[in-house]
Design a protein around this ligand. Structure first.
Ligand code: TYM
Length: 336
């Protein structure tokens, strides 16, 4: 009975098809989706329209390839098209349409306060309007499906907050249309740091430029070993989560999240050992986690029509629900 009730709860999440997908994306997002997919009614999107917000990073053939890569990785990591609707954002045109309606009810001040906008725009010579209204597009993604839960990494918290605020403002101005979603963030592993610089979170774009920065989901065992062996440490021997330096803590967190062992057990296992032992054990766990994923990935990309079928079917399912919500919002605003 409980499962039936939960099934009525809807989950939505997505990943931008840019950069090199890494162990942080897996732990913070994909692994949580996979773990819970039989409990909920799931929608997982490849958010390609978001990737366009930094046009300097886009080369059309690269983007086309990345959309397929991310879709194939969703499946390889364990998403089941029978349990989850998997689709490409740009193919469901309601996302772009609802974004306009939501942009009109979103005060500029809310967008100006977004930390992601501030940090990304500060690195660009020219800032496109799309980057500024990025949160309205993300709100449209989530709100179109009357989503209950949004499983994401910690960095997306502010985006879920603004989504709630935008939904609330729309409902207040035009009448109840949208459900207010909640973020679903795992306790440990929701913010994996860079292997080369544990003061900054692991990033897809940096990982593409610097091999030592991230553990890529498609990295070979040798590449994984090199990245972990080169990871930042210190001159101590401290392997307790609370006392460890940022680089060591990061490795402990990855190890713990991948093995699903209690923190105490992990601390006892590494107590008194030197860091090369931690690195060796971590390498083994990462390689063994990624091995079956990479094997499935190879099979999936070899069969072009299978992947395309999954995405077509996903688009149809997504469109049916998105169409209903958009129509309702349009009616409430008096344009339909
Ligand atoms: P994106 O593409 O940057 O990241 C995809 C997911 O991975 C999580 N993540 C991390 N988790 C732990 N440690 C890290 N170092 C790390 N880096 C990334 C992110 O939190 C995210 O869950 N705006 C979103 C994409 C998006 C979206 C949505 C998400 C668009 N529309 C609707 C949910 C719902 C983004 O840029 O994620």
């Amino acid at each position: 009975m409980e499962t039936d009730n939960a099934r009525q709860k809807r989950v939505f999440s997505g990943i931008q098809p840019t950069g090199k997908l890494h162990i942080g994306n897996y732990l913070g997002a994909i692994s949580v989706w996979v773990k819970n997919q039989s409990k909920y009614d799931n929608f997982f999107c490849i958010v390609d329209l978001h990737s366009l917000t930094i046009p300097e990073n886009i080369e059309p053939d690269y983007l086309r390839g990345k959309i397929r890569e991310v879709a194939a990785l969703y499946l390889a990591c364990g998403l089941d098209p029978e349990e989850s609707t998997i689709f490409v954002q740009s193919r469901v045109t309601q996302h772009a349409e609802l974004t306009w309606l939501l942009s009109c009810v979103t005060p500029m001040g809310w967008l100006e306060r977004m930390t992601q906008y501030k940090s990304k725009s500060s690195q660009l010579e020219t800032v496109g309007t799309g980057l500024f209204v990025y949160p309205a597009l993300m709100a449209a993604d989530i709100l179109l499906y009357q989503t209950d839960l949004v499983p994401v990494g910690e960095d997306q918290k502010q985006h879920i907050e603004i989504t709630r605020n935008i939904a609330g403002r729309f409902n207040h101005l035009f009448g109840e249309v949208f459900k207010l979603p909640e973020a679903m963030i795992r306790e440990s592993g929701a913010r994996i740091m860079g292997m080369d610089n544990p003061d900054n979170k692991m990033s897809k774009s940096l990982g593409e430029k610097k091999a030592e920065h991230s553990i890529g989901l498609l990295d070979s065992p040798e590449e994984i070993r090199e990245t972990i062996m080169g990871a930042t440490t210190d001159s101590q021997k401290e392997t307790r989560f609370a006392e460890a330096s940022p680089g060591i803590r990061n490795m402990l967190v990855i190890y713990q999240a991948l093995t699903d062992k209690p923190r105490k057990e992990v601390e006892e296992f590494f107590a008194g050992k030197n860091y090369s032992f931690l690195k060796k054990e971590l390498t083994e766990v990462v390689v063994e986690t990624l091995r079956p994923i990479q094997m499935r990935y190879k099979k999936i990309v070899a069969d072009e029509s299978y992947l395309e079928d999954v995405l077509q079917q996903g688009r149809k399912r997504a469109e049916a629900i998105a169409g209903e919500t958009l129509e309702q919002a349009q009616k409430m605003m008096g344009i339909r």
